[in-house]
Design a protein around this ligand. Sequence first.
Ligand code: NAP
Length: 226
Amino acid sequence: MPKRIVITGVTRGLGRAMTEEFVRLGHTVCGCGRGHKAIAQLRQAFSAPNVFEVVDVAADEQVKNWAGRLLESHGPPDLLLNNAALINKNAPLWTIGAEEFSDVIDVNIKGVANVIRHFVPAMIEQRRGIIVNFSSGWGRSTDAEVAPYCATKWAIEGLTQALAQELPDGMAAIPLNPGIINTEMLQSCFGHSASAYPSAEQWARKAVPFILQLSARDNGRPLTVQ
Ligand SMILES: NC(=O)c1ccc[n+]([C@@H]2O[C@H](COP(=O)([O-])OP(=O)(O)OC[C@H]3O[C@@H](n4cnc5c(N)ncnc54)[C@H](OP(=O)(O)O)[C@@H]3O)[C@@H](O)[C@H]2O)c1
């Protein structure tokens, strides 16, 4: 049965690779990102009913309008994947400026809340659908020089488990640690050693089947793509 899948942050990395794999398996992807050029390329590569829009998840009004259009054209999603995120440049917390700190919070926490605010009521009405919020190993442990990012991913674990307690039977909210994958984000924090890790495409071949089998039984369970 083809699923309707909303994914944030599809312009590169895990979001881009999941899009390709979900579409290959016959599912419909409704994706967003900020990069105009990459969104135009996605539109070329994946035709209707897949749809790609330029949306900044940190901007509540943009998310509201995007959700309104998608709910009208496609109906409530079966899977809502909050994947978009930023990482701070490696640095001790006390040297990170207020603006960079706010950007990480705005995208990684408020962006997820914005998406939930505008998509989840329609899912609740139907009492079905799975919400996957991308967490991290750094949502369950910490390291030096990534304090803002760690703070947001620990927040995602808490926010998601609280949401899980609010959802009706038949739905699930799941904090998901994707593992360690060689994307631009990993290159930013790991430098050259990022190349020792699997590519996003290799990861998607095991992550997509894993995500597709998630069910209401997984509500509130912190999971990791193995
Ligand atoms: N890679 C890893 O090893 C790893 C490990 C643990 C957790 N994760 C998590 O996995 C998810 C994906 O990470 P990744 O490695 O694929 O990162 P990435 O390569 O940096 O890609 C991030 C994606 O998010 C989008 N994005 C960023 N800010 C956005 C905004 N305000 N609005 C809409 N889209 C936005 C980016 O697109 P635009 O710039 O075009 O907006 C891009 O498509 C993240 O939640 C990350 O924290 C990754």
